[in-house]
Design a protein around this ligand. Structure first.
Ligand code: SD4
Length: 292
C-alpha cells in the first residue's frame, strides 16, 4: 500500500526517516507526524523549534504547535506555550477534545500540566547566548531583530489512506511576547483533508496568514491539481499579489502531498525539505524559486 510523508527543512530528515519506518510497518500518519515533529522539538541544536528554539525579546522561549487529523478534520493547537517538552503532543491531545481545542499561554500550560505532559526549561545556554549577541547587535548595528526562524511542518498519508499534518516552531527570533505566527493556525500554517491532501507552510507568518496559504494549496488539489503545481501556483501568485498590494512579500515555502502520496513544494526563497514515500527513500531536497 502507498504511504508518504513530506516535511519542511533539512532539520526534519531524521524525523522523516523514523516516520517512514513507522509508515512502512503500517503505522498511522498521526503517529508518524507526531513522532517526527517531536524528534525535531527534542534536538537542542535546531534553533527554531522546541528545545533550543530561539527566545522572544524578553529571552523567553514561547512555542507554537498544531496537529490536524485529515479524517475527522479535528485540529488541536497551542500558542505561546512555555516550559513544556513537546508542544506537538499537547496539540494532538487537544485535537481529541470537542471544545477548547486551541489554547494559548498559561491556559495551554495549565492544560498540559493537568494532562501529565512533561515540563522542561526549553531555553538552552546556546540559545541564551545567541539572544545576548543579537541584543548587542541590534543596539550597536541597528539590525532588524526579526530574522532566523523556521517551522517544522509535515503532511503524511498512511497505508490506510488516512492523512495528518503537524507543525511546531519557536516563531520569529526576538518576537514580541505573545506574538503568534501562522504555524498553529489552520489554513495558514497547515491544512489536511484525507479526501484530498494536505499542505504545511514555513516563512514569515505575518505574510503567510494573509493568504491562508496551506488551505489554498489544498483547495487547488481538490480541483485536481498536482501538489507541485498547486504549491507553486499559490506561492508565486500570492507573492506577486502581496507585492502589488503592499510593496513587499516575505519568505514563503509550502510542502504539499495528496492522498496518493504525490508531493510537491512551492517557495519564493531557497528552501530545503525532506520527503519519503513507499516508492522513494527518505531524502533531503533543495528547492529554489522559479517564478511562473
Ligand atoms: C512564524 N512561520 O512563526 C513561522 C516561522 C517560520 O520560517 O516558519 N519561519 O512566522
Amino acid at each position: 500500500m502507498k504511504w508518504g510523508i513530506i516535511a519542511t527543512w533539512r532539520m526534519a530528515k531524521e524525523g522523516v526517516e523514523a516516520a517512514s519506518d513507522m509508515l512502512k510497518e503500517g503505522g498511522s500518519s498521526g503517529d508518524a507526524v507526531e513522532t517526527a515533529v517531536g524528534m525535531v522539538e527534542d534536538y537542542p541544536l535546531y534553533k527554531s523549534v522546541g528545545y533550543g528554539g530561539l527566545p522572544n525579546e524578553n529571552c523567553e522561549v514561547e512555542l507554537d504547535a498544531a496537529f490536524m487529523d485529515g479524517d475527522t478534520l479535528s485540529i488541536g493547537a497551542v500558542a505561546g506555550i512555555k516550559d513544556y517538552k513537546n508542544p506537538v503532543s499537547i496539540a494532538r491531545r487537544l485535537s481529541e477534545e470537542r471544545f477548547n481545542t486551541f489554547l494559548v499561554g498559561d491556559g495551554a500550560e495549565e492544560y498540559a500540566h493537568k494532562n501529565g505532559f512533561e515540563r522542561r526549561n526549553m531555553l538552552t545556554e546556546r540559545a541564551r547566548k545567541l539572544w545576548e549577541k543579537r541584543v548587542k547587535e541590534i543596539r550597536e548595528k541597528n539590525l532588524s531583530p526579526y530574522d532566523g526562524h523556521d517551522t517544522v511542518g509535515m503532511v503524511s498519508v498512511d497505508s490506510m489512506g488516512q492523512m495528518a499534518s503537524a507543525t511546531s516552531t519557536s516563531g520569529l527570533f526576538m518576537k514580541k511576547r505573545g506574538r503568534v505566527g501562522d504555524s498553529p493556525l489552520s489554513g495558514s500554517g497547515f491544512y489536511v483533508d484525507s479526501n484530498i491532501g494536505g499542505a504545511s507552510a514555513t516563512g514569515l507568518g505575518e505574510d503567510l496568514m494573509k493568504g491562508c496559504v496551506s488551505y489554498e494549496v489544498v483547495r487547488l488539489m481538490k480541483e485536481g491539481m498536482h501538489p507541485q503545481a498547486a504549491a507553486e501556483r499559490v506561492v508565486y501568485q500570492f507573492t506577486r499579489y502581496l507585492t502589488e498590494k503592499s510593496g513587499k512579500a516575505g519568505a514563503m515555502s509550502v510542502v504539499a502531498m495528496n492522498n496518493r502520496g504525490q508531493w510537491g513544494v512551492g517557495t519564493n526563497v531557497e528552501f530545503s525539505f525532506a520527503a519519503a514515500t513507499s516508492e522513494e527513500m527518505p531524502m533531503v531536497y533543495v528547492a529554489y524559486p522559479k517564478g511562473d
